[in-house]
Design a protein around this ligand. Structure first.
Ligand code: 0L1
Ligand code: MG
Length: 256
């Protein structure tokens, strides 16, 4: 990968997000590989930080077969979350500020005492202070929600917005909890937390390791979106979205 204009590519993706205008895929044309794509992601998120946003966490992407099949990419990826992406539980988003928003039910961790870089998570209960049901709103900046692995990495793993429900202490088991996604009171997706790498707790080791390779260290107090338990569903104007995770409760958001 020689001579990729990292700042230029980040600028194109940033402008696509800011103006809610899709752009064509670009990785194949410019020879962008996965490492180069994470450099673009860093520059893309830096644009947000430069205008005053704060990093508040990390998201894992494509952690389930359903998600991989939905977009035709079969590798776990990660992206960064900022404070401006967070929507309060029960809050409203304007779908017109996104290109083709989709919502998916997730499990979120509130991070606590994390191991040193390169070390695996010892006791999950030490590393994670609390867990919560979450909704992630993803929005690919690429036309037709179609991309390659480096394309989606560069696009900050399609991160756009997220909502976290009430935090609970870490329950005994997280590996097989029922998950529902409802739109306007109707169940549109049914899944299990087992779909998230077999057990959502595994995603924390993955996140530490994958982000660590790019010099990103997870922080105490950060949110960690472990991944979706089902495929994502388009968010239509006026929709009321609710995600329910067994033992953890429910979380909701509304589209204006
Ligand atoms: O959070 C996710 O699993 C999304 C990762 C990127 C792929 C997509 O946009 O669906
Ligand atoms: Mg997600």
């Amino acid at each position: 990968m020689i001579g990729v204009d990292t700042a230029g590519v980040a600028g194109r993706l940033g402008a696509a997000a800011d103006t809610a205008t899709a752009i064509p895929q670009l990785a194949a044309e410019i020879g962008l590989d996965a490492d180069g794509a994470y450099a673009v992601q860093t520059a893309l998120v830096q644009r947000r930080l430069d205008r005053g946003e704060r990093l508040v966490g990390l998201k894992m992407g494509l952690t389930s077969r359903a998600k991989m099949a939905q977009v035709g990419v079969d590798e776990v990826i990660w992206g960064r979350l900022t404070d401006v992406m967070r929507v309060p539980d029960g809050g409203t988003v304007d779908p017109a500020t996104f290109i083709h928003p989709r919502v998916e039910p997730e499990v979120a961790f509130l991070l606590d005492r994390l191991p040193e870089p390169g070390e695996p998570v010892g006791a999950f209960a030490d590393a994670v202070r609390a867990v919560a049901p979450a909704i992630e709103l993803i929005d690919s900046r690429y036309a037709n929600f179609t991309f390659s692995l480096p394309d989606v990495i560069a696009d900050n793993a399609s991160a756009a917005a997220f909502t976290i429900g009430a935090w609970s202490p870490v329950p005994d088991g997280l590996e097989n909890l029922g998950v529902l996604l409802e739109i306007d009171g109707r169940v549109v997706q049914v899944g299990s937390t087992a779909a998230i790498l077999g057990d959502p707790r595994r995603t924390l080791d993955e996140g530490l390791c994958l982000a660590g390779r790019h010099g990103v260290r997870l922080r105490s107090g950060w949110v960690f979106l472990a991944g979706a338990a089902t495929a994502a569903v388009p968010l239509r104007p006026g929709a009321h979205v609710r995600a329910v995770v067994e033992k953890l409760g429910a979380v909701s958001l509304r589209a204006s």
